[in-house]
Design a protein. Structure first.
Length: 440
């Protein structure tokens, strides 16, 4: 559904009224397209603290942007990367201010600020305090930037391990990811995986299964994974077969019509993929909203089973059977409702919070035992057929109550899934919500 308010604010009367009334004035986000695959402008590479991250400059060069460490003159940076991994004391936080303060106003519309931090040390509470301070700093900065600009904190000890994450964050693909902290530890993409060195088709040679793929976010995920080179198997319930076949044909993949909650769903998926699976995307989900006092059991149980039970069962089976190949990835769909709660959605929020719990528990074991990463996306207000049915005033509130003052698109979730599918991070629940003020 078109965002008429955003369109109105781009007109002369709209600019006048929003300025006089102090209303949000969202800037249309620049998303990836074949014609505009990269941010426009140079990248400003700054350092705070005494010890820079080795190899970072070389990684930044490979993002496709031109990194500069000195003044840019009249040019506005498309992105600023601040290496704060060496900030280990409260005193060193002064450097964070001193480096970003002079340049933050000059960042181009829809630009990026990426702050690199180090994991807080359990053995050094001064370093831990300074590094945790960066989290609050970035979340606050993300709320200040405006004009479609975003800020993200990436914690890492290795520039090479963070490369796929930096490629994503320093591109139009991350348009609706804002105010997040992402940890990159020892999980890095398999150097020998087909396509890993081809930025245009990083998933080439891989097979991906997307559940709930017949429409909405699932369809967008299938399209983006196929664009990135994956062979996509699109799964949805038999009742959605017509749409499912259409999506599979559009992405050059295969349809698989089955009920993901069936007891034998895992076995049937494995049988349909005799050569194995590299990327498992759990997107299927339903809602049955009611306040708990009015919620019958037949509105509770199906939501828990589809959104959480089926995710647990099929993941367990595909891991145990070896269908999910070493070097692969699992990406599940949580929700900001599961992270922050939402009135009338105790069933849905419980199921999505359960997904986050699954990720945090399974991720270290799956990586250690199977070489597989496990992550989740947590969408906020995304323009879909479901949100189009929400009453107007509630829909408008959902669109504006984030730092970018607009709703996301299904492709925003899909781009984030495609990044997580590469395997560069593990155990993360990444909000795709424009930094929603709900639970922020």
């Amino acid at each position: 559904m078109a965002d008429r308010y955003l369109t109105f604010t781009r007109t002369a009367p709209g600019r006048f009224l929003t300025r006089r009334l102090g209303l949000p004035r969202p800037v249309p986000l620049r998303r990836w397209s074949p014609e505009h695959p990269a941010l426009d402008g140079p990248l400003l590479h700054l350092t705070a603290g005494d010890v820079p991250l080795p190899g970072l400059h070389e990684v930044l060069v490979r993002t496709g942007l031109a990194p500069h460490t000195g003044p840019l003159g009249t040019r506005r940076p498309a992105a600023v990367v601040l290496d704060a991994t060496g900030v280990a004391t409260v005193t060193a936080l002064v450097d964070v201010h001193a480096t970003l303060h002079p340049v933050v106003r000059s960042i181009a519309d829809c630009g990026r600020v990426v702050v690199l931090g180090a994991p807080p040390s359990p053995a050094d509470h001064h370093q831990a305090a300074a590094q945790q301070a960066l989290d609050g700093f970035v979340r606050s900065l993300a709320k200040e930037l405006g004009r479609g600009r975003t800020a993200t904190l990436v914690r890492t000890t290795s520039a090479a391990a963070a490369e796929t994450t930096l490629r994503f964050l320093l591109s139009p693909k991350s348009a609706y990811v804002n105010g997040q902290t992402v940890e990159v530890t020892h999980a890095a993409p398999d150097e020998h995986a087909p396509g890993i060195h081809d930025p245009a088709r990083p998933l080439a040679g891989r097979t991906a299964l997307v559940t709930g793929a017949a429409r909405g976010i699932g369809e967008a995920v299938a399209r983006v994974l196929a664009r990135d080179g994956a062979h996509v198997v699109a799964l949805d319930v038999p009742a959605a077969r017509t749409d499912l076949v259409r999506v599979a044909a559009r992405v050059g993949g295969e349809p698989l019509a089955l009920d993901i909650t069936a007891d034998d769903a895992g076995e049937r998926i494995a049988a349909a993929l005799p050569d194995g699976l590299d990327v498992l995307v759990h997107n299927a989900g339903i809602t049955r909203d009611r306040r708990l006092a009015n919620m019958a059991a037949d509105r509770w149980s199906p939501v828990i089973d589809v959104n959480l039970g089926s995710v647990l069962r099929t993941t367990d089976f595909l891991l145990k059977s070896g269908t999910l190949r070493r070097g692969g990835s699992v990406v599940a769909t949580a929700s900001i409702a599961g992270l922050a709660g939402n009135a009338g959605q105790t069933n849905y929020a419980a199921s999505k919070a359960g997904v986050a719990g699954l990720v945090r528990s399974l991720a270290p074991r799956a990586l250690g035992e199977h070489g597989i990463t496990v992550n989740a996306v947590a969408p906020g207000f995304i323009e879909t057929r479901m949100t189009a049915a929400v009453p107007l005033l509630i829909r408008e509130a959902g669109r504006r109550l984030n730092s970018l003052a607009q709703a996301g698109q299904p492709v925003d979730v899909a781009e984030t899934v495609a990044w997580l599918a590469l395997g560069g991070v593990n155990g993360q629940v990444v909000r795709v919500c424009g930094q929603s003020l709900l639970g922020a």
